[in-house]
Design a protein around this ligand. Sequence first.
Ligand code: UN1
Length: 499
Amino acid sequence: MNINTIATALGIDLDLINHGDLTVFSPIEGNPIGQVTTVSPQCMEQSIIAAEEAFVQWRQVPAPKRGELIRVFGQILRDNKEALGALVTLECGKIYQEGLGEVQEMIDICDFSVGLSRQLYGLTIASERLEHRMFESWQPMGPVGIISAFNFPVAVWAWNATLAIICGNSVLWKPSDKTPITAIACQTLLQKAIAIVADIPQGLSQLLIGGADVGERLVADKRIPVISATGSTAMGRAIAPVVAERFGRSILELGGNNAMIIAPSANLDMALRAIVFGAVGSAGQRCTTTRRLLIHNEIYASLVPALQRIYGQLTVGNPFLKETLVGPLIDKEAFDNMQYALKQAEYTGNNRVGGQRINIPDCNNGYYVAPALIEMPATAPMIQTETFAPILYLYPYTDLHEAIAQHNDVPQGLSSAIFTNDIRESEMFLSAVGSDCGIANVNIGTSGAEIGGAFGGEKETGGGRESGSDAWKGYMRRVTSTLNYSSELPLAQGIEFTF
Ligand code: UN1
């Protein structure tokens, strides 16, 4: 797949991806595919001012009319699904099916946002005073800063941008500096929608390509009331206090260390499909990747060899090939981190399968690995850490309470699942004494969430929620109003105050 062919299909100005100070690599061959320009401090200032000006106009546009922009954008995405999916594969290395799936996630969130643009509901609340009405309304906030990661280079932006825009905000996007070309593609497609729909302020969406310094300036800027950041826990730990210090709002979606519990009554064929997709999909580089498997003792001896057999047959290779299930890691650093984790795991782990680098013809500079399985004691320190690579730690359990305690005994709290046909077990897993994660599933895996639910998690995952349900409220401010239509002025709480 040639970058210029895909870029031309998407209507990208080739100058934007062939000149500039930042070299972009494809993880497939590990070779450069383009040059892009990083934003200078002056350009960044201009972008923030433009986003503020756009906000001042956009907030006055009725929300359903704001939805029209996203409706058109969703149609443009439908028309460009294959090309954008291919670009995602080329730039971040996930297999083409997952590249397409990521664009589908964008289309889905567009549809969701269009519907939502007619449903930004507030409550009406019973007032304690005669002939008074109390109600809530939701108002736009200002420019929203979006920081996204390389592993979902387009969908996570779309979750944030489409909601922020229908809520009446402008957006400033700092994509990962590993995947700026997909960001340029999204911005190009959104600009196309902006050109089609009448009267959209030009500065509504701004792209800020650059490294950590760009992100640092964005999060520190008082003019940006909301920062939505997706990435590592380390990144969130740096961002959160800076935003809090200026009383901004942050929406954080950080690391996961997701586990699945496989109970004795589980349908093992279903469980195996979910485990393998969850653990090796996107080469283990989803925040929802399954990283730990707690297997009941009664089925441990049959499940583990079945899993090892499947791992021995996984097709690792060029992500554009139909038969490939596991594409490359994003870069050498990801590979080194994986090797480091495997080395650490050697001290306590047993019976490792996979983990080694695989040489793929014509892709010599790409970092391809055989996904790894390691049997571990539940107490091993390594299982506390999220290594963004396909490593799955396995350990047995005997009692579900004990398994849930081990399940929750990690710093992160994003996604979780149990495979069981015992309703008492599934209900317990979903109850107050069950999984402590933001996402808890029964008989499906930890990854591949639909956009309709709120997405995010607790503890070191950061507590934010993006995407569906009422996550839109994160991009708006709530106004509580009490309106008096009587001819008296009664005070609340029955207070007498006469003069
Ligand atoms: C991420 O890895 O940051 O649930 C997002 C999933 C995808 C989103 C992952 N829908 O796996």
